[in-house]
Design a protein around this ligand. Structure first.
Ligand code: RFL
Ligand code: PHB
Length: 395
């Protein structure tokens, strides 16, 4: 099979890129390791920046989002027994974020994909990439239903997440990796109960550890507590989870939390990671394949979307306008925004979590910084403009 762009991975990055290329008439194939049902069942992000929402509208998958996403004009930080709400809208001159689950984004993109009729190969095993730096086309080899297949493409877009094959296909002398692993994880619970704070996410700092009150809809809540990575999901009964969450937020919030049986419970590690460069020969990386942020700033999916906006533009310019400027500059320009967002996610993680080595002193320093954020319009503006998402440079 021959195509213009082989997209590895049908997560949000791969599906969004496919949708962009489809609308510009660029031929492409998506190759995904898992089944469509498996991809749909992953519970992950919940908050979309305006730029992500704009991209989804632009690629024609915004109809349900326009009906169902909940606008968040505010952000709440809880600490030292009280909470403070920041007006994102006022602090950023009218910007906001949206509560709309990654599961819903994926469903909307998959529906659009099915309607457009472009090929997607699910359950492709042993995916490997070849001829990435030669003159001829790149080759993607994989096994599907027991048969080895080859796909030849002008470019390969590695949208296959942190554990994918694309980044590992770059020669080690070319790739530079930067990583920070945090000494804790997040235990997340999904429950069909009304959210305690439908119009503002609550990020909680407490001497007991971090907590987060989020939502998927007016009837479905998503809550998290910081936990040691040595914990197992079985260690956390629903009763233990709700008690711990309530102990970590301010009394007013604790009183308002409606508890119920969990419908999903999982523990996720926290990591900061960047791989540079994001292009080698005919291979480009986008999304979690190139970088990971800890979830504290809600940036992972949004960064994947901003990469895709830039990469999609670059590929469309190459095929449609016959200009290679975007392709040349994609890696450098995408990495500028990625590093700024890495910085913000690391900072918010450091501010809100309990670190095993800092004890009481660290807790007081965090509370002093939170107090400063609440009382300094300059500091609050910095928080808000990063939280709603930094502008995307055009290539
Ligand atoms: P994905 O979603 O990992 O998709 C990659 C796809 O590639 C496939 N794949 C392969 N396909 C072919 N061959 C191979 N060898 C392959 N290896 C892998 C995989 O099966 C998969 O389908 O990466 P993508 O598209 O870059 O999207 C990134 C986002 O999923 C991720 O950044 C976010 O979920 C992060 N995240 C959040 N981001 C936000 O913007 N806002 C949030 O509120 C937010 N909350 C979160 C999060 C991530 C979390 N976890 C579990 C890590 C909360 C949590 C708890
Ligand atoms: C979520 O709703 O899953 C969520 C919200 C905000 C975050 C991370 C995750 O920072």
């Amino acid at each position: 099979m021959r195509t213009q762009v082989a997209i590895i991975g049908a997560g949000p990055a791969g599906l969004m890129l496919g949708q962009m290329l489809h609308r510009a008439g660029v031929d492409h194939v998506i190759v995904e390791r898992q089944s469509a049902d498996y991809v749909m069942s992953r519970i992950r992000a919940g908050i979309l920046e305006q730029t992500t929402v704009d991209l989804l509208h632009e690629v024609g998958v915004g109809a349900r989002l326009a009906q169902e996403a909940l606008p968040h004009d505010e952000l709440t930080l809880a600490f030292a027994g009280t909470k403070h709400t920041f007006s994102l809208h006022q602090l950023t001159g009218g910007k906001r974020v949206w509560a709309y689950g990654q599961t819903e984004v994926t469903k909307d993109l998959m529906d659009a994909r099915a309607a457009c009729g472009r090929p997607t190969v699910y359950e492709a095993t042993d995916v490997s990439l070849h001829d990435l730096d030669g003159d001829g086309p790149a080759t993607v080899r994989y096994t599907h239903q027991g048969v080895t297949q080859e796909l030849q493409a002008d470019f390969v877009a590695g949208c296959d997440g942190f554990h994918g094959v694309a980044r590992k296909s770059m020669p080690s002398g070319v790739l530079k990796e930067f990583e920070k692993v945090y000494p804790f994880g997040w235990l997340g619970v999904l429950a069909d109960v009304p959210p305690v704070s439908p119009h503002a996410i609550i990020y909680g700092n407490s001497a007991l550890g971090f907590s987060l009150c989020s939502l998927r809809s007016m009837t479905r809540s998503r809550y998290y507590v910081q936990c040691p990575m040595s914990d197992r999901v079985e260690d956390w009964s629903d009763a233990r989870f709700w008690a711990e969450l309530k102990a970590r937020v301010d009394p007013h919030t604790a009183e308002g939390i409606v508890t119920g049986p969990s419908i999903e419970k999982s523990i996720a590690p926290l990591r900061s990671f960047v791989a540079e460069p994001m292009r080698w020969g005919k291979l480009f990386l986008a999304g979690d394949a190139a970088h990971i942020v800890p979830p504290t700033g809600a940036k992972g999916l949004n960064l994947a979307a901003s990469d895709v906006r830039m990469l999609g533009q670059a590929l469309i310019s190459h095929f449609v306008d016959k200009s290679d400027a975007g392709i040349k500059h994609y890696s450098a320009i995408a990495l500028r925004r990625i590093w700024r967002t890495e910085r913000f996610s690391w900072w918010l993680t450091s501010l809100m979590h309990k670190f095993p080595d800092t004890e009481g002193f660290g807790q007081r320093v965090q509370e002093a910084e939170l107090d400063y954020l609440v009382n300094s319009p300059a500091a609050a503006t910095t928080l808000a403009e990063n939280y709603v998402g930094l502008p995307i440079e055009s290539l």
